[in-house]
Design a protein. Structure first.
Length: 320
């Protein structure tokens, strides 16, 4: 029997921290090509927004992600850079990011651990583009950023029950840990789109459309107001994979390195940020620690000693 819990979401205030203005005359618009790129820089109240505006046509673009409009796909332009604070983020800015994700764009956003690539859960082209932008093979597992426990209950088979007398209940432990810096690997449910589980290593293919399916998915419920506020604007969780930078690399550097993203959401950096602690709850009756990160792994050990049980480093690779 699996547990479930109604989602509890963080409510954020819509205090305006970034003022933005863009204007163009009809005559100047007519002189720009369909794929023209130009930068605008607006600074008000100490906040800066740099934007590379794209035309409506993108020969590399995929289908839109359920939000209407033209699909963004991979761009040869510079990614848009948005700035927010980690508390009370500007909701108008987050709505712009949400719109880019709905249209099939790949973004980079902050979490309570490392910055993460994100893409629409239901958009096959967007997920393929995430792999392409990061420069990895499609056999690397991704995880999902959830809005609450209800998403975990919907897209997985839930946390396993305690199977032995005296064994700590995994669901109760998870409630103490989440929101927080943990990734839980759980059996996927039929509600999770198939594209989220495809594994190229099973058939030697590099395209997602020709691969077999995994049976598990990594789940994140981050303790980050920016992440949760963005997720609250969307209809489903986001596919995610960590941005492979160490230390206090600035988001503007991420924008330059991964310019084919649709946007980078800058909420500052922390030199001490670690990746999440990864716990596998999909096999057997004992939680398996695959990676020790920012979350306290000892709470998942019966004797308090942490035993990292990972034979394949790919099992925990890429989880934010």
């Amino acid at each position: 029997m699996m547990h479930s819990l109604n989602a509890t979401r963080l409510l954020t205030n819509s205090s305006s921290l970034v003022c933005q203005s863009e204007s163009s005359s009809s005559s100047s618009s007519s002189r720009r090509g369909a794929n023209a790129t130009y930068l605008t820089r607006v600074k008000r109240g100490g906040a800066v927004r740099m934007r590379a505006k794209r035309g409506n046509k993108n020969k590399n673009g995929g289908a839109g992600g359920g939000g209407g409009g033209v699909g963004i796909g991979l761009s040869e332009d510079t990614a848009e850079l948005f700035e927010v604070t980690r508390t009370n983020p500007n909701m108008r800015t987050l709505e712009e990011c949400a719109d880019l994700l709905r249209r099939g764009g790949v973004g980079i956003i902050p979490t309570d651990t490392k910055y993460s690539f994100v893409a629409d859960l239901n958009n096959k082209d967007a997920i393929q583009n995430l792999y392409t932008i990061k420069g990895i093979d499609s056999n690397k597992p991704l995880s999902i950023l959830c809005r609450g426990f209800q998403d975990i209950d919907t897209y997985t088979l839930g946390f396993p029950p305690a199977t032995r007398p005296g064994m700590a209940d995994p669901f109760k432990l998870a409630r103490k840990c989440l929101p927080g810096p943990y990734t839980f690997i759980l059996p996927a449910s039929k509600s999770l789109p198939k594209i989220c589980l495809l594994d190229t290593s099973s058939a030697g293919h590099t395209r997602l459309s020709k691969c077999q399916q995994r049976k598990t998915i990594g789940c994140r419920l981050p303790d980050c107001e920016v992440t949760l506020a963005l997720l609250d604007l969307l209809d489903a969780p986001l596919m995610c994979s960590t941005v492979p930078f160490d230390g206090d690399v600035q988001p503007i550097v991420m924008r330059d390195e991964y310019s084919r993203c649709a946007f980078v959401l800058d909420a500052g950096t922390d030199a001490e940020q670690l990746a999440s602690t990864v716990i596998d709850l999909s096999i057997g009756d004992v939680p398996k620690v695959l990676r020790v990160g920012a979350g306290d792994a000892s709470v998942w050990s019966e004797d308090g000693d942490v035993h990292v049980e990972v034979d394949d480093p790919d099992l925990a690779w890429g989880f934010a």
